[in-house]
Write a protein that binds this ligand. Structure first.
Ligand code: DAT
Ligand code: MG
Length: 149
């Protein structure tokens, strides 16, 4: 079972799309293992987006992600990393398929509503940035017998 880090970015929170976005991931069958609102500061943003340091869009990315609170979520399930990425859609909402979160709600690349870890390794690193041990919870859901073979 994988756990991935999802962020409903500041634009998603400001636009009142938190419930819609989390609902889509939840209805897919993924389990919420941790959830909180965070106003990210510059230090945390630099850590989270470390791989993008030096890229032309880095400064505006940090400005955006620190501009207003976001909702951070640890999401668990079989192939959770890939499944969540598929539900999100391509990075640029202009190219994201209809039916995906970015495809349905986004217009420009700078405001693409959602972050999802791109690999298990990134997920482990990013989850440790946003969550401490007890904030990620193990529990059984009765419904899982109807979701997981
Ligand atoms: P993703 O969020 O799909 O994993 P990424 O890790 O390549 O995409 O980039 C992180 C974020 O940075 C992305 O969600 C939006 C922003 N970004 C990426 N490429 C960009 C570009 N060419 N111009 C402006 N913003 C960009
Ligand atoms: Mg990425």
């Amino acid at each position: 079972m994988e756990t991935t880090l999802i962020l409903v970015k500041p634009d998603g929170v400001q636009r009142g799309l938190v419930g819609e976005i989390i609902g889509r991931l939840e209805r897919k069958g993924l389990r919420i293992a941790g959830l909180k609102m965070v106003h990210v500061n510059e230090e945390l943003a630099n850590k989270h987006y470390g791989e993008h340091v030096g890229k032309p869009f880095f400064d505006s990315l940090v400005k955006f992600i620190t501009s207003s609170p976001l909702v951070a979520m640890a999401l668990e399930g079989e192939n959770a990393v890939e499944v969540a990425r598929n539900l999100m859609g391509s990075t640029n909402p202009k190219e994201a398929a209809p039916g995906t979160i970015r495809g349905d709600y986004g217009l420009t690349i700078g405001m693409n509503l959602i972050h999802g870890s791109d690999s298990l390794e990134s997920a482990r690193r990013e989850l440790s940035i946003f969550f401490e041990g007890l904030e990620i919870t193990e529990y059984d859901r009765a419904i899982d017998q109807w979701i997981i073979e």
